[in-house]
Design a binder for this molecule. Structure first.
Ligand code: C5P
Length: 311
């Protein structure tokens, strides 16, 4: 029987700036996102029974209609006008959940790419992007992945050609007992900073342009030193979560880091290095302290692409 495999890589935020509030109630953002070599895998089989069934090697993960993979499958067959299409989907989960790494969003993007191929629907990039934006703010980025400037809710993408990204690597850590709800983090952000949010498209565009012309994008494009990374949600989450503060202290103590930051709404934290060997040796050096403090860790490279068919 025909079987397809799709890889769904995690992302980190190299920049996350909250600009203001949108009319739809979401936040207007200016971000730089980067896919990394920490990857979930989806296996897909067509079925003739019209059912979409999901299984996962992590039994605690919901596999019902609340899972973004199932929502992606249902949206895709609805848009195709073929509600009778069925699929069995198995998820090998490697990306931690509720971690600020877009694991669920990347799984949804992979489901769109994989089922579009499995069912022979022939939707193009623009149509898949539109479906992705309905599923969640990070899903559009997870389709092409790589290095992208992301504006709007996260769905307005501008690809960034970065020769640096081919060699940069990171040590990623996540405290085992901690997860962060994204709506909670944005809610706290609004409570604390809402009064100083920018308003109006003109003000937003000035900040987008400042990012496009700023030192981070320059360093990614041309090489050279990275500036300190900005994540506005870190300013919200760090004071509330002792494990985030502890993790940042551990990472900042490492020699040869290029930058240290939280990803997305957290609680994942990362330190950037010039190459994978440096990230691996930092992981080895820090392993005893990470274990005592309850952190899982990954040394991984940047990845040039998002959701991708592999077989
Ligand atoms: O789009 P997604 O489902 O990932 O968003 C989760 C929640 O995060 C939203 O319900 C909203 O509370 C918050 N959010 C936001 N602005 C964004 C993205 C997410 O306020 N641009």
């Amino acid at each position: 029987m025909l079987e397809l495999k799709v890889e769904a890589p995690a992302k980190v935020n190299l920049h996350l700036e909250v600009l203001g509030l949108r009319e739809d109630g979401f936040h207007e953002l200016a971000m730089v996102m980067q896919t990394i070599d920490l990857v979930d895998e989806l296996q897909l089989w067509p079925t003739a029974d019209g059912a979409i069934s999901l299984s996962c090697d992590q039994p605690e993960l919901p596999t019902d209609g609340s899972n973004l993979i199932v929502k992606a499958a249902e949206l895709l067959r609805m848009r195709a006008g073929l509600p009778e299409l069925g699929a069995r989907i198995h998820l090998r989960k490697r990306i931690p959940v509720g971690a600020g790494l877009a694991g669920g969003s990347s799984d949804a993007a992979a489901a769109l790419v994989g089922l579009n191929a499995l069912w022979g629907l022939g939707f193009g990039d623009a149509e898949l992007q539109a479906m992705a934006a309905r599923l969640g703010s990070d899903v559009p980025f997870c389709l092409p992945g790589g290095t992208q400037l992301c504006f709007g809710r996260g769905e307005r993408l501008e690809a960034l050609a970065s020769p640096q990204a081919a060699t940069l690597a990171l040590l990623l850590i996540k405290h085992a007992g901690t997860s962060v709800s994204t709506p909670w983090a944005y809610g706290r952000c609004r409570e604390q900073w809402g009064r100083s949010y920018l308003a109006g498209e003109e003000a937003f565009e000035r900040r987008r342009d400042a990012l496009r012309r700023g030192p981070l994008v320059h360093a990614l494009r041309q090489g050279g030193n990275l500036p300190p990374l900005r994540n506005d949600l870190q300013a919200v989450v760090e004071p509330e979560l002792p494990s985030v503060r502890e993790g940042l202290v551990l990472l900042r103590r490492l020699p040869r880091t290029l930058a240290v930051a939280m990803s997305g709404s957290g609680p994942s934290l990362f330190a950037l290095f010039a190459d994978l060997n440096q990230a691996r040796s930092a992981q080895t050096n820090l392993a005893p302290e990470l274990e005592i403090a309850g952190f899982a860790s990954w040394a991984c490279g940047f990845r040039p692409r998002g959701a991708m068919l592999v077989a």
